[in-house]
Design a protein around this ligand. Structure first.
Ligand SMILES: Nc1nc2c(c(=O)[nH]1)N[C@H]1C(S)=C(S)[C@@H](COP(=O)(O)OP(=O)(O)OC[C@H]3O[C@@H](n4cnc5c(N)ncnc54)[C@H](O)[C@@H]3O)O[C@H]1N2
Ligand code: MOO
Length: 407
């Protein structure tokens, strides 16, 4: 049976970068940039007044002059007019261009204004430049600001807007079918009969994959082989990048998926991984078609295998071929200190949902949550990561360090 590390290699080997498309800036939120966005001008583009007040010549003020006639007022959005003489001042508003000839701004709070004259109430500082955001202080024209592979969040979109990127090349979002299977499952709006439960897994998967940038369609298929065959045939032909199934991959008489997928020309890449939860995990791919994840149906197994295998695949297909730091940007576990002893005897990698905290020395501490078993989805509430404990040793002592995957 494959280890989680070997299974990961096989999953990621199927990941190809998605094609690029051009989208208008308001539609780029959450997408992965596929080009370099550069500064089209200096930032700030001019010496920008940073406080409302007056602009004067520092040399005049430092030379002893404390009263200045106000020559005119310079608002933000007006072409710059110079300071007529070093003995005068210009009233300036935040965001205005600093008048040529002035090199310091004094806030209204530090002035007395009377009869078009300003008297400065504070001593001059050591040097000019105060309350001025100097041209190119942040970035120079031509500087690369955002590189391919960057996920476009709020800050990145503001940068794109300020350099005038009204549209930009991004990777197409992965399109993913999330499919629940099982005759015991009813919709969330239904009142289940005594032998039924509401389908919950697909909503966890939908939220998880949406966070990872995917476009998701939900489906439900019954355990009836004929219905499964027809439903799967349609889903496999519908142009999805990935099909993620939950349930029906274990050894039960209604666990038809592995056989059916083979019949539908989805090549099995592996079935079963040396892990708990999630041992029955199935993974395959169809030539010129989607990859298919068959996640074990128990809710904790579904969730952890989705985090551990599907999400890295979604990240990998969202790395443009031109991105330089591909390997680094693919998710990696972080070391964390286990806070309690754990004993786990099976020769399986053990995934343990934990809540992470940081101690006074900055160490990341992992405290296991009380999860009743892989059916106990309630136990996952509050989890912020899961530990990956190897098959050996059977006893994991408090204060030892293990890899943790963030949720
Ligand atoms: N004889 C064996 N039995 C089982 C084995 C095994 O190795 N030998 N493995 C166990 C493990 S481990 C797991 S995990 C489960 C996985 O089974 P399946 O993937 O076939 O999943 P199902 O049987 O369809 O469902 C399991 C469980 O999860 C519930 N479920 C399924 N889908 C949903 C959903 N969308 N929302 C909420 N709950 C869902 C389902 O009702 C079942 O209770 O097999 C063990 N058995
Ligand atoms: O290993 Mo299964 O995935 O625990 O319930």
């Amino acid at each position: 049976m494959l280890s989680p590390a070997e299974a990961t290699v096989r999953v990621l080997a199927t990941a190809r970068p998605l094609p690029t498309e051009t989208v208008a800036l308001p539609h780029a939120a959450g997408r992965i940039l596929a080009e370099t966005l550069t500064a089209d001008r200096d930032f700030p583009p001019f010496n920008r007044v940073a406080m409302d007040g007056i602009a004067v010549s520092f040399a005049a003020w430092a030379g002893g002059q404390t009263e200045f006639d106000i020559a005119h007022t310079q608002y933000a959005g007006e072409p710059a007019r110079p300071l007529p003489s070093p003995q005068q001042a210009v009233e300036v508003m935040t965001g205005a261009v600093l008048p040529a000839g002035a090199d310091i701004v004094i806030r209204y709070e530090d002035l007395l204004l009377h009869d078009n004259r300003a008297r400065i109430q504070i001593p001059p500082p050591a040097a000019a430049g105060v309350n001025i955001h100097h041209q190119a202080a942040d970035r120079h024209a031509g500087d690369a600001l955002l590189r391919p592979g960057t996920r476009l969040g709020p800050a990145e979109l503001a940068v794109a807007a300020t350099v005038g990127a009204a549209e930009m090349a991004v990777l197409r979002a992965p399109v993913v079918a999330v499919v629940s299977t099982g005759d015991e499952l009813v919709g969330i709006g239904a009142t289940p009969l005594a032998h039924q439960i509401r389908r919950s897994n697909v909503y966890a998967l939908q939220a998880l994959f949406a966070q990872a940038g995917a476009d998701i369609s939900l489906f439900h298929l019954s355990d009836n082989v004929e219905e499964l065959r027809v439903g799967l045939t349609n889903i496999l032909a519908a142009g999805f990048d990935a099909v993620v199934l939950s349930g029906a991959v274990s050894k039960g008489r209604a666990d038809h998926l592995p056989g059916l997928l083979r019949e539908l020309h989805v090549e099995e890449i592996f079935h079963e991984v040396q892990q708990r939860p999630g041992k029955p995990l199935w993974f395959g791919a169809r030539a010129d078609g989607p990859v298919v994840f068959g996640l074990p149906g128990n809710p904790v197994s579904t969730f952890i295998t989705a985090c551990r295998y599907v999400r890295p695949w979604l990240r990998a297909v969202q790395q443009p071929a031109s991105a330089s730091e591909t390997a680094a940007s693919i998710e990696a576990p972080q070391p964390a200190v286990l806070t309690v002893d754990i004993t786990f005897k099976p020769q399986l990698t053990h995934f343990v949902p934990v809540r992470m905290t940081v101690d006074a020395e900055g160490r990341r501490l992992a405290t296991p949550l009380r999860v009743g078993g892989s059916g106990d989805m309630m136990g996952l509430v509050g989890a912020t990561a899961f530990l990956e404990l190897p098959p050996e040793p059977a006893v994991f002592a408090a204060r030892t360090v293990w890899p943790a995957w963030g949720l």
